[in-house]
Design a protein around this ligand. Structure first.
Ligand SMILES: [Zn+2]
Length: 473
């Protein structure tokens, strides 16, 4: 029997306005080579300056991952040649990264599982090489973007666990507002390392897998690699320490290069950048920027609002949705009704029209108003759904819409009495059946009256009036 060990290296682009060591814009999708300057192009004599905001965002992640904070974070040069890195070295951290020995919990099979964080360091990204036919093109817009690398311990055993860790981490950084988590644009990237060994023998020889640009590929590639290594060992072979690439067209990992060791990179402290020393004031500003994370928030929603697991999970998935929900409840809506409407009726419209909740016509105030109209009996369930559609379509307050459209409930007995009389007169067969003791046509009669009132009649009053009148016939 074999045991498997999986660790992840996750890279995130921090949401800063400028790059990490120069003033160039930190933006995806611009014309190639327009966001460049002598510093990020590595011209001789150009000097880097550390971006304070990038440091702050990095420490926010370090705190959220429960890391020990280093007394000083040292920037080092990692030397290697690659065409997309014109300096021939990358500024990174090696001997003293900013955070170490943290952890993150993932919810796996209904249980909480802890994955240790080995370290967290800030470095600069390289440019991008694009191969087109027999040409290779270089875009240096990405060179020098702030890249935070998070290295986990090999605490996971399956591709499913690794996928879950990546999803949990992605949601966390989006909550913290430090990264948009967009894997398609490369602002969140992931490499995995896998080793297997006979059960009880400890870690095996590590194979690194690159190019895992979706959480689904993380799962597929790591599971594939575990099976591949098992087959190698079963047939008497040895695992080679190497870097492999996930081929998403063939669903296999393929050899890329044998792995360099740290000594090959000849790390040494960058003489142009002093070590960063986090002061108590700096750390206080970091702590002030921390927010309640999704796992904790979900637990609180279940406890404080009496929500079920699925509703709480849905609401906390995006911070903006969770904030919206709490605003609606704060404005007086019943917690379960607000959760229900957001999860089903509202979400249905958002999906259908491919729109976002945040910034749209339905504000927390308007949903709270709609729910209050419904709870107070001024409108009925069917009208409430129509009203929700109308809020999205007309961008007006619910009370104004029901006034304009005349959708308010009809609970005036005299008015309803006339509708009941009319229904009885038009449906003598149904009335006779009810009189003979068959309760079924009652539903039909109520339906006729609802139709005649365009859904505005109060069903309880209608039922009461129907019973009285049929009884008196
Ligand atoms: Zn620059």
């Amino acid at each position: 029997m074999y045991e498997s060990f999986i660790g992840l290296e996750i890279h995130i682009h921090l949401l800063t306005a400028s790059k990490v060591f120069c003033g160039c814009a930190n933006r995806f999708g611009d014309e190639p080579n327009t966001n460049v300057c002598p510093v990020c192009m590595g011209y001789p004599g150009a000097l880097p300056t550390l971006n304070d905001e990038a440091m702050k965002l990095s420490y926010i992640v370090a705190r959220a991952l429960n890391c020990e904070i280093s007394a000083e974070a040292v920037f080092e040069r990692k030397s290697y040649f690659y065409p997309d890195m014109s300096k021939n070295y990358q500024i990174s951290q090696f001997t003293s990264p900013l955070g170490r020995n943290g952890w993150i919990d993932i919810a796996h099979n209904g249980k909480s599982q802890r994955v240790r964080i080995h370290e967290l360091h800030l470095e600069e990204d390289a440019g991008k090489m694009i191969h087109a036919g027999d040409m290779s093109l270089l875009d240096y817009n990405r060179a020098g973007m702030s890249l935070l690398e998070i290295v986990t311990e090999p605490d996971m055993k399956t591709g499913e666990e690794a996928e879950l860790l990546l999803q949990t981490f992605r949601r966390m950084v989006r909550y913290l507002g430090v990264c948009d988590g967009n894997m398609e644009e490369g602002s969140l990237r992931c490499d995995g390392n896998v080793s297997i060994n006979r059960t009880g023998a400890g870690l095996g020889r590590k194979v690194e897998i690159k190019n895992l640009n979706s959480s689904r590929f993380v799962k597929m590639a790591l599971n594939f690699e575990i099976e591949r290594q098992k087959e190698v060992l079963d047939s008497g072979g040895k695992i080679v320490q190497e870097t492999r690439l996930w081929n998403e067209n063939r669903d296999v990992t393929e050899p890329m290069r044998s792995k360099e060791s740290a000594t090959d990179y000849r790390y040494f402290p960058d003489p142009d950048l002093p070590p960063f020393v986090p002061t108590p004031e700096f750390l206080a500003s970091v702590d002030a920027a921390l927010v309640e994370l999704p796992g904790a928030r979900k637990g609180r929603f279940i406890k404080d609002y009496g929500l079920g697991e699925a509703a709480a999970e849905f609401l906390v998935n995006e911070k903006s949705t969770a904030d919206f929900y709490e605003d609606v409840v704060r404005l007086g809506a019943a917690p379960d009704a607000a959760a229900n409407w957001l999860q089903f009726d509202v979400q249905k419209i958002l999906n259908r029209d491919n729109r976002e909740l945040a910034g749209g016509p339905l504000t927390a105030g308007r949903l709270a108003e709609l729910l209050a109209l419904l709870a107070g009996g001024r409108i009925h369930g069917k009208i409430a759904k129509q009203l929700l559609e109308a809020v999205f379509a007309e961008d007006k307050d619910p009370a104004l819409i029901i006034k304009e459209k005349g959708w308010e409930s009809m609970d005036d007995s005299a008015q309803l009495g006339a509708l009941v009389e009319k229904a009885l007169a038009e449906n003598p067969k149904a009335v006779d059946a009810v009189k003979a003791g068959d309760p079924k046509p009652m539903g039909f009669l109520v339906g006729q009256i609802m139709k005649a009132s365009a859904g505005r009649a109060d069903t309880l009053i209608v039922q009461k009036l129907l019973k009285e009148k049929i009884g008196g016939l």
